[in-house]
Design a binder for this molecule. Structure first.
Ligand code: SF4
Length: 336
């Protein structure tokens, strides 16, 4: 479970600065969605359902950069929609990197081979490629045959070209756990630099049936992780604490403010999956949201939520962690 050391040390310095400045709540990873448009229509995606119901114009590069600057998070996850259908995505990424941020480009990889020249490898850039299983499971999740093969081809090519290649996997109600076990080993053999795994939030609407309620989630992840033996050999972008939480082996509070979401409609509040309203500025989102009313046991909508953007920051802030957890995390990131 190893982030690149440069990112880990940048994050530690940033958090130390915030701590000594007396900041109680601040962002770690900004989720930037310059477009809601997408070339796929995945089973669990609330964004594409939202876009189909109400098409809306993309953000301009200037609007994106203003938001990145206002937010100040050291990591920017460029997502969507599919960011590679956003024409100036190469300019956007170059400019965010110029602001000394670390960028995760979250893509389904279908158009990646059009961008090798326009978005070259960089030490502050990681590709985060959507992969929800092996061939049967992934093609089911994205509702399009042939997608898995294209993703694998793009992973191989990106690795050969020197990109830092990560994957992003969601486990749904209907996912075959055997495939996730197999996929972890498969990606490990390919030398993938970081795997991110999460359980699907049981959202409202036509795609809600694919979400996992808490007890299902615990069972599915215990099944998956118990069969892989020691997880230490894998490069995860998740923490071991979060994986214990996914299996129901420990509780964590949520830190929704740490992953603010700038969308085409504004700053989405209160979190990545819940939409009560949109704010025009990041400051307004931070100041107008009643953060203490959110999280499991506080808001009914949070009861079955275990998404990484809500709970991994909690681990980064050290909440709910023991001294043993901290030692293990430091050892993993700096000495292995
Ligand atoms: S628990 Fe989940 S749904 Fe609730 S505020 Fe946190 S991230 Fe949002």
């Amino acid at each position: 479970m190893k982030f690149p050391t440069v990112l880990y040390t940048t994050m530690i310095k940033y958090m130390a600065k915030k701590f000594f400045a007396g900041n109680k709540r601040y962002p770690l990873v900004m989720m930037l969605e310059p477009t809601l448009r997408c070339n796929l229509d995945c089973i669990g995606c609330g964004r594409i359902a939202e876009y189909k119901a109400n098409p809306i114009a993309d953000l301009t590069v200037e609007q994106c950069l203003e938001s990145v600057e206002e937010c100040g998070a050291p990591v920017v996850s460029v997502c969507g929609g599919e960011p590679l259908v956003y024409k100036p995505v190469d300019i956007l990424i170059r400019e965010i990197i110029a602001q000394k941020k670390y960028v995760y480009l979250c893509t389904n990889a279908m158009f990646l081979d059009r961008y090798w020249e326009r978005i070259p490898p960089h030490k502050q850039l990681a590709l985060s490629i959507h992969l929800d299983g092996m061939e049967a499971g992934h093609d089911w999740a994205v509702d399009r045959p042939g997608t898995f093969r294209k993703v694998v081809e793009m992973i191989d090519e990106a690795k050969a070209r020197g990109y830092r290649v990560c994957t992003n996997t969601t486990v749904f109600n209907g996912t075959n756990p055997d495939e996730i076990v197999e996929m972890m080993e498969y990606l490990h053999q390919k030398g993938v630099d970081g795997m991110l795994i999460s359980g699907a939030y049981p959202q409202e609407g036509e795609k809600g049936e694919y979400g996992l309620v808490s007890e299902q989630m615990n069972g599915v992840f215990r099944n998956i992780f118990s069969r892989n033996g020691s997880l230490d050999k894998f490069n995860f972008n998740n923490s071991h604490v979060y994986f214990e939480f996914l299996q129901g082996l420990r509780d964590l509070p949520c830190s929704p403010w740490a992953s603010p979401n700038r969308t085409v409609k504004g700053w989405k509040g209160p979190c990545y999956v819940l939409t009560d309203r949109y704010y025009q500025t990041f400051q307004e989102l931070m100041e107008s949201t009643d953060w203490d009313s959110l999280g499991p046991g506080r808001d009914l909508r949070c009861a079955d939520c275990k998404i990484h953007s809500g709970f991994e920051p909690t681990v980064a802030f050290g909440k709910g962690c023991t001294l043993k957890d901290h030692i293990r995390t430091v050892k993993t990131h700096l000495f292995s």
